[in-house]
Design a protein around this ligand. Structure first.
Ligand code: TMP
Length: 397
């Protein structure tokens, strides 16, 4: 049974930054109701609305994996580990974005699949083989004809963006070699509930995986998780190492059982945990608005740092307008001088003096809190204060 537990109100498409202030409407399909549900049988958490992939992932996609030091380092370390542990002759990445991971491999050893043509172009220019297409069975048939099989398939923050999971895993099953390894990395549902990070939910994040749910799903395709890593990226992610059940070469790590136990202890298998979460989300909204309104009444100015898709959920759910957060700033070229969807707050180009015009910073990219505060420490010394809503709204001391 599918049970709804969270209503985040009317939301725009998260990564659709507006060229000019625009009043979005439901009738034009620019706003949709963002509800989140729990499947009591499969344990899968998903948003109710499905936006066609072509509307979200196209040649204007603005998210670039290489934009933060944290992500570049994470991909570099992972590539070293994959080479050492699995020694793949051929690795394929589903959702290779701007090449942050595959650039760490030799060109002849990697294939990227990236439907956002603007991003695919960046890596193609460097000589990598990129299929600028969506990951599905039709594409995989083509790849199989050319390469027969692939030793490692890797995908970070992509599989949860694809509606038809059966097609995703059927395609992986078809292409992965018998002893091949599948590595999936996505935000962790357990961390999301623990951190009350309701902003993990937006139109692109169709699913939020737990180890419990993924285990059930993989089993249908003859796959099983044999190891798991907790990562700090994207506010708390899980990296799943997966193999065919018939492959006895890899041992099952105790880390898998620890994760499943932790998820069950928290109640991820039962609806009650999700109901509790939704109460906490509402409390978070009330508290954040209190903080922002107090600052506004004190005639101080707030800058949003990181014009993230997550921040779009927060702004629209909490009804935060320009009177509360005056501007955003971001380093991503594709976002600069555009407006936060639904709330029309302008995104300014980041420069190292930008913070001097503000009294407070709201961490839109709260998942990079450490990196950002370190980078801006000279302003902190001068009295600039950071605001975060994770795990609960507060001004950081
Ligand atoms: P994400 O949380 O979805 O990964 O997005 C992070 C966004 O924050 C991305 O647009 C880049 C931006 N950002 C900055 O503008 N400056 C920074 O120092 C960091 C770490 C991120």
């Amino acid at each position: 049974m599918i049970k709804k537990f969270l209503d985040l109100g009317l939301q725009p498409l998260a990564n659709k930054y507006q060229k000019k202030p625009t009043k979005l409407s439901v009738s034009k399909g620019q706003l949709y109701n963002l509800n989140v549900s729990f499947n009591t049988k499969s344990k899968l958490v998903s948003i109710s609305k499905r936006i066609p992939s072509e509307k979200m992932f196209n040649s204007k996609y603005p998210y670039r994996s290489s934009m933060s030091h944290t992500m570049r380092t994470s991909f570099k370390n992972l590539s070293k580990k994959i080479k050492k542990k699995f020694k793949p002759d051929l690795l394929l990445e589903i959702g290779s974005n701007d090449g942050a991971l595959i650039k760490n491999f030799k060109k002849e050893n990697v294939i990227g699949v990236e439907p956002c043509k603007n991003l695919a172009k960046i890596t193609k220019k460097d000589g990598f083989l990129i299929y600028a297409q969506y990951w599905n069975f039709d594409l995989v048939k083509k790849i199989k004809k050319r390469f027969n099989s692939v030793d490692v398939i890797y995908s970070a923050n992509t599989i949860t963006h694809i509606n038809d999971l059966n097609n995703v895993f059927k395609s992986i099953n078809y292409l992965l070699s018998n002893e091949g390894i599948l590595i999936i990395e996505d935000p962790s549902l357990l961390e999301c509930l623990k951190k009350n990070s309701y902003d993990q939910f937006y139109n692109e994040h169709i699913y939020l995986f737990s180890a419990l749910a993924l285990k059930n799903l993989l089993s249908k395709f003859g796959f099983e998780i044999f190891d798991i890593e907790n990562l700090s990226t994207h506010g708390g992610s899980l990296r799943y190492y997966i193999k065919r059940k018939t492959n006895k070469k890899q041992k099952i790590s105790s880390r898998l059982n620890i994760q499943i136990k932790n998820e069950i202890k928290f109640g991820l298998h039962k609806f009650e945990a999700y109901k509790k979460f939704s109460v906490n989300v509402l409390k978070s909204k009330i508290k954040l608005l209190q903080i922002l309104n107090k600052i506004k009444n004190d005639k101080k100015k707030i800058l949003g740092y990181g014009a993230t898709a997550k921040a779009v959920t927060v702004l629209n759910y909490c009804n935060i307008n320009k009177d509360l957060i005056y501007n955003f700033t971001d380093t991503t070229p594709e976002k600069i001088n555009k407006y936060m969807p639904g709330k029309n707050i302008k995104i300014l180009r980041y420069n190292k003096n930008i913070l001097k015009n503000y009294d407070y910073v709201f961490l839109g990219a709260w998942n990079f809190k450490k990196e950002i505060i370190k980078k801006e420490k000279k302003f902190v010394k001068k009295g600039l204060r950071f605001i975060t809503h994770i795990p609960f709204p507060r001004i950081l001391s």
